[in-house]
Design a protein around this ligand. Structure first.
Ligand SMILES: Nc1nc2c(ncn2[C@@H]2O[C@H](COP(=O)(O)OP(=O)(O)O)[C@@H](O)[C@H]2O)c(=O)[nH]1
Ligand SMILES: [Mg+2]
Length: 311
């Protein structure tokens, strides 16, 4: 990676961007210098995470939002993060085909990214990829991820606005709480409002949010959509902007961005220390000290202390 790579990114060269993103994805070392030089160009975008259960309509909504942003003269970078399987997952392929109608436009860049089972680095990777897309001139970065585990929390940490997509079948209050998506949402969409129960669920959700909301927080708005025919999309698009403005004027957006900045430094330090620590000698020492079932007699605390003190 050298200056010309940065220039390629800045010139919105999608091939260069793809190459850089693959290196981030597969953890092939990119020099700190690259990111240091990139930084001044990487702070101007709005970053939105879209999460929810499989099949809820996240990709369809993303697709509709891309059209809205484009109509309003904005360029968009989309990262579909698949936390469970490598690229070739059926649903993802479908997503890409549907989103492909923009591929010829240099104002839209769409990319899927697998986490390779390593969720640890996901927040960092998605932020690094967001920086690359921002530096290429994208105004809006959208991350789509399936909300079934840990991945959506990493994405929520990496964005300005987290959107949770639910469907009428998403269930009652208890099921919603259990799903663990409530606490990360800044904004909700009940999609598939062509089915029974969408408005009931929207009402239930609004009541829940109203009761549980603490004063200093902004209450997440709830929108209903029928994404596959575009119903409710303009209202959603406007609602996203109104909510972002509220987040901005209340200071919440700055707070989020600052927390993100600080956490990023924290995570990077942690990763670097771990990388430096686990030399091949240390790994060998660990393996030698844990090479048979008998070795479980030794205290893990003692083994770790000896590794930490080992020169
Ligand atoms: N009935 C109905 N189907 C929808 C709606 N939105 C999306 N779909 C369909 O639901 C399926 C899953 O949508 P997709 O966007 O791939 O969901 P994702 O897994 O959350 O990304 C697709 O067949 C869509 O066409 C909607 O509002 N109503
Ligand atoms: Mg999808």
């Amino acid at each position: 990676m050298d200056k010309s790579t940065l220039e390629g990114v800045r010139a919105n060269n999608h091939r260069t961007m793809s190459r850089v993103i693959s290196r981030i994805e597969f953890d092939e070392s990119l020099k700190d210098d690259f990111f240091i030089d990139l930084h001044e160009y990487s702070t101007g975008s709005i970053r939105i995470g879209i999460t929810g259960p499989p099949g809820a309509g996240k990709s369809t909504i993303t697709d509709q939002l891309i059209s809205q942003f484009m109509e309003n003269g904005k360029s968009v970078g989309v990262v579909a993060v698949d936390p469970t399987s490598p690229f070739s997952g059926g649903a993802f392929l479908g997503d890409r085909v549907r989103m492909n109608r923009y591929i010829w436009e240099d104002k839209v860049f769409i990319r899927s990214m697998a986490s390779h089972g390593d969720l640890g680095g996901l927040a960092r990777k998605t932020q690094d990829v967001g920086d690359v897309l921002t530096a290429s001139g994208k105004d809006i970065i959208i991350y789509e991820t399936v909300g079934v585990g840990q991945g959506e929390h990493d994405i929520a940490k990496a964005v300005d606005l987290t959107i949770v997509v639910l469907v009428p079948e998403s269930g009652d209050e208890i099921q919603l709480m259990k799903a663990g998506l409530i606490e990360i949402a800044d904004l909700f969409i009940i999609n598939k409002a062509d089915r029974d129960g969408a408005h009931r669920l929207a009402q239930l959700l609004q009541n829940m949010l109203h009761i549980s909301n603490r004063e200093e927080n902004l209450e997440p708005p709830v929108f209903t959509t029928i994404a596959n025919n575009g119903e409710g999309i303009v209202e959603l698009y406007d609602g996203i902007h109104i909510h972002l403005e509220k987040m901005e004027s209340s200071g919440l957006l700055d707070q989020k961005r600052l927390d993100r900045h600080r956490n990023r430094v924290f995570d990077l330090v942690q990763e670097k220390l771990l990388d430096d620590f686990w030399t091949s000698e240390k790994r060998t020492a660990l393996e030698q000290q844990t090479d048979s079932i008998d070795s479980i007699k030794a205290s893990p605390h003692e083994i770790s202390a000896s590794l930490l003190n080992h020169e």
